[in-house]
Design a protein around this ligand. Structure first.
Ligand SMILES: *[C@@H]1O[C@H](CO)[C@@H](O)[C@H](O)[C@H]1NC(C)=O
Ligand SMILES: *[C@@H]1O[C@H](CO)[C@@H](O)[C@H](O)[C@H]1NC(C)=O
Ligand SMILES: *[C@@H]1O[C@H](CO)[C@@H](O)[C@H](O)[C@H]1NC(C)=O
Ligand SMILES: *[C@@H]1O[C@H](CO)[C@@H](O)[C@H](O)[C@H]1NC(C)=O
Ligand SMILES: *[C@@H]1O[C@H](CO)[C@@H](O)[C@H](O)[C@H]1NC(C)=O
Ligand SMILES: *[C@@H]1O[C@H](CO)[C@@H](O)[C@H](O)[C@H]1NC(C)=O
Ligand SMILES: *[C@@H]1O[C@H](CO)[C@@H](O)[C@H](O)[C@H]1NC(C)=O
Ligand SMILES: *[C@@H]1O[C@H](CO)[C@@H](O)[C@H](O)[C@H]1NC(C)=O
Ligand SMILES: *[C@@H]1O[C@H](CO)[C@@H](O)[C@H](O)[C@H]1NC(C)=O
Ligand SMILES: *[C@@H]1O[C@H](CO)[C@@H](O)[C@H](O)[C@H]1NC(C)=O
Ligand SMILES: *[C@@H]1O[C@H](CO)[C@@H](O)[C@H](O)[C@H]1NC(C)=O
Ligand SMILES: *[C@@H]1O[C@H](CO)[C@@H](O)[C@H](O)[C@H]1NC(C)=O
Length: 471
């Protein structure tokens, strides 16, 4: 972050500038990508271990939740696909379900971790081990979980891609593998052994050992990424139709079929989504539900269904799928989407190396009334206090009477060469939005005016300062 206009900023600007004044603007964090050769992959494959775990922990509305991801298709296009229409008739269409941003990877990242940490591309990333995911929550009750990634060459593979070995066309890609993006999973051999391929799906199905929570990612051909919605619709129907008449699979199950993002960046990032499975009562099949949901609802719904603690991030206040909300007496919130687009990132950790990893809100209470996972609280409490300490920020800004938050945002953004700026500084509840737990920052109240390529939020500013001070 280059701060050029220090003088007018007094102490605050000095602290920002002294941290890393010489570095250039917007250094994205870099990670070493893992790109083994085909022969290394073959060697590792023969040695890979695969878990086949199942369990039967009571859920409020469902015994199992399976999440299936398709790619990059605008809502209307998907809604008109004949095979997706056929599937929609077997379940509930969630016609107000939103992706969070663009492009793909941040959407997958956020769906299991409760934030996309300002990622705005598809590069190789791996979130530090102290960032928790849904599996830390599931593990508190030994609820079995797994991922099924089509053509993953072996269980636990952490490479960037595994292409078709004859044509070298895109096949398996890590950017569509949500849990692999976290050190807390990919450096843990036992957890990695839950990340498997479609062969293992059929193995587990045939042996009645499917996990209670699973994520399914078809390859780049079948998910529409490199093809069309017609291919993806056909794949989805071929995959699901037999399952929908499989008694074991259907038993009290929910299946969420969704898209990572809309295709056209300039339109609202709403995605066609269907909820199916044996847990859907007959009379609701073929209906639609216009409750506001987004990818964070995947997390809040898991928490509510199994009464789990939270991650203290955007999972905390995300609406819960109505069938689970009904079973747990949770009231969902209406969300005004008039100005919502969800097509831009915010300024944060993965966009700018000067910004600290945002602390979760360790005091948050989720929709099912639970606090944050104990281990998260113990790791993050002091960082949370530091980041949410209004004292530092308030005293700085109030003593610098000529400096408003908007000025700061303007300065920061100007230095980032962002083409236009948005601030979310208008409300009085800054204390409440100073950590990543406040959804408003990055997805709910985003894009007033609708034009920003980069959004500056209170979170980013506070995190920026903390990062600068303690760097
Ligand atoms: C195979 O796995 C074992 C145990 O995990 C490990 O010690 C060994 O180094 C692995 N071999 C290869 C070729 O990776
Ligand atoms: C993307 O989603 C929006 C919001 O639902 C929808 O209106 C639009 O049709 C989709 N995009 C396009 C280009 O159709
Ligand atoms: C989860 O499984 C582990 C190992 O099998 C066991 O020690 C632990 O008590 C279980 N926890 C719960 C909450 O069932
Ligand atoms: C699936 O994973 C298994 C277990 O690691 C591996 O042996 C197998 O070759 C993989 N199958 C495909 C089709 O990639
Ligand atoms: C990964 O993708 C690159 C670029 O397409 C390709 O050259 C490479 O062979 C792929 N790696 C594997 C293991 O398939
Ligand atoms: C993706 O998987 C399908 C089978 O489900 C296969 O026919 C197709 O060739 C795969 N795509 C690539 C690029 O290998
Ligand atoms: C699963 O069972 C089906 C038939 O019931 C069979 O065609 C298929 O090969 C089996 N798959 C695996 C991986 O065991
Ligand atoms: C987001 O959508 C707005 C309104 O259509 C458009 O002006 C803007 O360029 C889009 N931003 C990105 C990053 O695509
Ligand atoms: C939830 O409950 C309401 C009110 O009883 C009912 O109208 C609605 O159909 C239920 N929705 C689901 C998905 O169960
Ligand atoms: C939900 O509310 C109803 C009516 O007040 C009550 O009978 C039921 O026990 C509640 N269920 C849960 C899971 O709290
Ligand atoms: C954290 O969550 C608590 C409880 O919901 C809330 O009162 C507080 O405003 C939140 N703090 C921040 C900084 O968002
Ligand atoms: C989390 O891990 C990152 C990377 O190792 C580290 O920089 C950061 O200080 C840690 N934060 C906390 C609260 O442990």
């Amino acid at each position: 972050m280059k701060i050029t206009n220090c003088a007018s900023f007094g102490a605050l600007a000095l602290s920002l500038a002294s941290a890393d004044a010489a570095s250039s603007s917007y250094n994205a964090r870099t990670f070493s990508s893992v790109s083994p050769s085909a022969s290394d992959i073959a060697k590792q494959a023969s040695n890979a271990t695969t878990n086949h775990r199942t369990s039967n922990v009571q859920g409020a509305a469902a015994r199992a939740l399976t999440i299936i991801w398709l790619e990059n298709t605008d809502y209307q296009k998907a809604a008109l696909d004949e095979n997706l229409m056929w599937l929609a008739a077997q379940g509930i269409t969630l016609d107000n379900y939103w992706a969070l941003t663009h492009p793909s990877e941040p959407n997958y990242l956020a769906s299991v971790g409760g934030d996309y940490f300002a990622l705005d591309d598809d590069r190789f990333i791996s979130m530090p081990a102290n960032v928790s995911t849904v599996v830390d929550l599931l593990d508190t009750k030994n609820i079995s979980w797994a991922e099924y990634q089509e053509h993953l060459p072996y269980s636990g593979f952490n490479g960037f891609n595994y292409s078709n070995q004859e044509t070298f066309a895109n096949d398996y890609v890590r950017k569509h593998n949500p849990l692999a993006l976290y050190d807390s999973v990919n450096t843990n051999p036992d957890r990695s052994a839950n990340i498997k391929n479609f062969t293992m799906f059929y193995n587990d199905l045939n042996s009645s050992s499917l996990p209670q929570y699973s994520i399914i990612t078809p390859n780049m051909t079948n998910d529409a990424h490199d093809t069309t919605i017609k291919v993806a619709g056909q794949w989805a129907r071929n995959f699901l139709e037999p399952l929908l008449s499989n008694e074991y699979f259907m038993n009290d199950s929910l299946v969420l079929l969704t898209f990572d993002e809309n295709e056209t960046y300039s339109v609202k990032n709403k995605v066609f989504t269907i909820l199916l499975g044996g847990a859907i009562p007959e009379h609701l099949r073929g209906t639609s539900d216009s409750t506001y949901y987004d990818h964070y609802s995947q997390l809040s719904s898991v928490e509510a269904n199994w009464n789990l603690p939270s991650l203290g991030r955007h999972d905390v206040d995300a609406n819960v799928f109505q069938i689970i909300a009904n079973a747990t007496n949770i009231t969902n919130q209406e969300v005004d989407t008039t100005y919502k687009i969800n097509n831009a990132t915010y300024v944060g950790y993965l966009l700018d190396t000067d910004i600290a990893l945002p602390a979760p809100n360790v005091t948050a209470i989720n929709k099912n009334g639970k606090g944050v996972l104990k281990d998260i609280v113990s790791v993050w409490s002091s960082e949370y206090s530091a980041q949410s300490s209004a004292t530092y920020f308030t005293s700085t800004t109030t003593t610098q009477s000529s400096v408003s938050l908007t000025d700061l945002a303007t300065l920061v953004t100007a230095n980032a060469n962002a083409s236009s700026i948005q601030t979310s500084t208008a409300s009085g509840s800054h204390g409440n939005s100073s950590t990543s737990a406040s959804k408003g920052n990055s997805s709910t109240s985003v894009s007033h005016g609708g034009a920003g390529a980069v959004e500056i939020t209170w979170t980013s500013l506070v995190a920026l300062m903390i990062g600068s001070i303690f760097a």
